[in-house]
Design a protein around this ligand. Structure first.
Ligand code: CA
Length: 226
């Protein structure tokens, strides 16, 4: 594997590099967040080990910019042991996993292997379909520049659609993803909520993004109805 290690502390950086090279990996080192952002785009890394505490651009901002640039290499963040908020911010910025310092090198390697198994497929933190946008971390939704207020259930249903744009989803599939087993009255609840969604994401904007596919279910158009 070719791995980008982003760490400003010399001792830690060389420790990481030596350990990874001993395992047979190719390792490049970035000492600042700015270097990390361009290096991540300049080569096809299999994984990025990103220290959160960096001078200048911190790890969270680096992660956000790397993802914005369309780089989906798995990112493992190194964080301080008690920095829960940092971990949350890092994961929401597009990191895939984190490891608190100090860590065992065996665990770092195992986590990297697990991340690389999942591959570098596109997995944006903010979902976009046409001009519909949905941020699962902040629970915000927008049509273009207009923010849309959604109930928790409407949000869950729209998220289900936006993770599968262009796919026909049966009522059963929609129930499976957006409702739990505790929900009793399952007969027409999907139709009701699709109607609520249309009233919020389509009708006020003169759009028609949620299509009824007769006898099959519903589909969110790939273009978001624009
Ligand atoms: Ca550091």
């Amino acid at each position: 594997m070719r791995i980008l290690v982003v760490e400003d502390e010399l001792k830690m950086a060389s420790l990481l590099r030596r350990g990874l090279v001993e395992e047979g990996h190719a390792v490049d080192l970035a000492r600042t967040g700015d270097d990390a952002v361009w290096m991540a785009q300049a080569a096809e890394y299999d994984a990025i080990v990103l220290d959160l505490m960096l001078p200048g651009l911190d790890g969270v901002e680096v992660c956000r910019r790397v993802r914005e640039s369309g780089v989906w290499a798995p990112v493992l963040m190194l964080t301080a042991r008690d920095a829960v908020e940092d971990r949350v911010a890092g994961l929401d910025a597009g990191a895939d996993d984190y490891l608190p310092k100090p860590f065992s090198f065996a665990e770092l390697l195992a986590r990297l292997r697990a991340l690389v198994r999942r591959g570098a497929t596109e997995r944006p933190a903010v979902l976009e379909v046409g001009d519909l946008r949905l941020d699962p971390a902040t629970r915000d939704a927008w049509r273009g520049e207009t923010k849309i207020q959604l109930s928790a259930k409407e949000f869950a249903l729209l998220e289900t659609f936006m993770r599968r744009p262009g796919q026909v989803l049966s009522r059963y599939q929609l129930l499976e993803h957006a409702w739990d087993y505790g929900y009793e009255n399952r007969s027409n609840v999907v139709d009701v909520y699709v109607r609520y969604l249309r009233d919020k994401i389509d009708r006020p904007f003169g759009r028609d993004s949620l299509e009824t596919v007769r006898g099959a279910g519903y589909r969110l158009r790939r273009d978001g109805g624009s």
